[in-house]
Design a binder for this molecule. Sequence first.
Ligand code: NAD
Length: 551
Amino acid sequence: MTGPRPVRAPRGTEISARGWQQEAALRMLQNNLDPEVAEHPDKLVVYGGTGKAARDWPSFDAMVRTLRGLKQDETMLVQSGRPVGVMQTHEWAPRVLIANSNLVGDWATWEEFRRLEALGLTMYGQMTAGSWIYIGTQGILQGTYETFAAVAAKRFGGSLAGTITLTAGLGGMGGAQPLAVTMNGGVALCVDCDPRAIDRRIEHRYLDVRADDLDHALRLATEARDARRPLSVGVLGNAAEVLPHLLAMGAPIDVVTDQTSAHDPLAYLPLGVDFADMADYAAAKPAEFTERARTSMARHVEAMVGFQDAGAEVFDYGNSIRGEAKLAGYPRAFDFPGFVPAYIRPLFCEGKGPFRWAALSGDPADIHATDRAILDLFPENESLARWIRLAGERVHFQGLPARICWLGYGERDKAGERFNEMVADGTLKAPVVIGRDHLDCGSVASPYRETEAMRDGSDAIADWPLLNAMVNVASGASWVSIHHGGGVGIGRSIHAGQVTVADGTPLAAEKIRRVLTNDPGMGVIRHVDAGYEEAADVADRRGVRVPMRET
Ligand code: NAD
């Protein structure tokens, strides 16, 4: 079989690989392409515009075959979604090493990337698409929930009740926005040009209702706001048209952000183009399409700046829309901040970030058991407990049951070791994979997003993600990846990921202790080095060694 077909990870304890480490990589690759998980599985696209799990179907088949035969002392090498080698290594080495979308600096443009992609030489790996640890929209839900909680704390007394948040983009990641807003008590007005995206979020209970048109949407939103009732409303439209229109009519908007696929101009619908024609037009005339998309983004961002001038809380949600608007010549594109310097960096200083895990058994009861373990391990952390309880009630699993919560240095290793014990003693029916987003405290250089406005100006220094990947390889992770261009697009980021399998063995316990200490430790030292006192305090309190602070 070499063409598109439905893919789904096997469940249960019977394995087709030679061990659980390999089986885990196999199931997570397959899980990324599960139609419940992936946005466009036939094209191997998982999320984030064109973020793929494998370069093409023959590469996918070769990876499945190779993982099944891979020994405990072998490592499969993946170059942009294609398996290119198997090397003898050793038991502590990762079973898979992945490099996706990397290009030499001067060549790191979308144009060159697309040229190479058309030749079949590379693919866009996004962050967790090509590194096989995407867990559906829940993955981003918790980060989005945290961000809106921070907005509420900063501007609205700790709750979004009685406010309206305007945003666009209800795709794989952006689809988390409506639920994150309602979980914080607010009203969300969400624009998307794809009716399927709206319907899919309603089906997964991330979005409450679909309005007939913009007037209807605004009426529903203001009624709910006046009643201080949480509600999310989806409305069909082009954000570059809808936002200026809402601004001009003086719509009562309190918070504005955006998660259209602006990082990739070929995935942003330009003004005056029908959604039905978008894919063909982008493929036929990419340069013209890009120019029109950028001009439309400039109008979109201009409206966002207009809302900020009118007093709304406005932030870029990590999709590069300010950068694209600037390229189109809009001078005030960077008048509003990115979400990391505005809300997230203090968490990064503590080594906190999006820790996640998936149950290879396929049984939701395994995740519920791990939820209880988290509540038991960190009883003092109220917001974590609130999240775990809400997630248990509200999150619809996509593909293998999974959970995410933000944990910091000194916490992730505790959770990982507990999960490994639960596999060993039979509390869990099968092993668990433990990974994270590449959007983490010490794993990414991305000057428009995670490393925007670093205190020492080191925004574009990309040594950190490379060190992060190397330390995870050296610490015993099960698979490690280095990607370029995730989140914000080609030329704008370099980032690394790791996944470690809790298979219940003493060896896994040793690896987990090291990986889940050193990985968030990178976040602490990265921020100490950049001059953040909060990070230095964490390092001193927790004993993270920083040679330049030792005498
Ligand atoms: P996606 O491709 O799955 O969805 C994008 C959505 O935008 C689609 O539903 C599309 O129909 C819609 N869209 C495109 N142009 C539009 C327009 N002009 N008007 C209205 N809707 C339009 O992408 P995704 O995975 O949801 O990611 C969205 C963006 O968010 C990406 O740029 C991604 O890199 C970024 N992102 C940010 C974070 C974060 O932590 N802040 C995390 C992940 C992704």
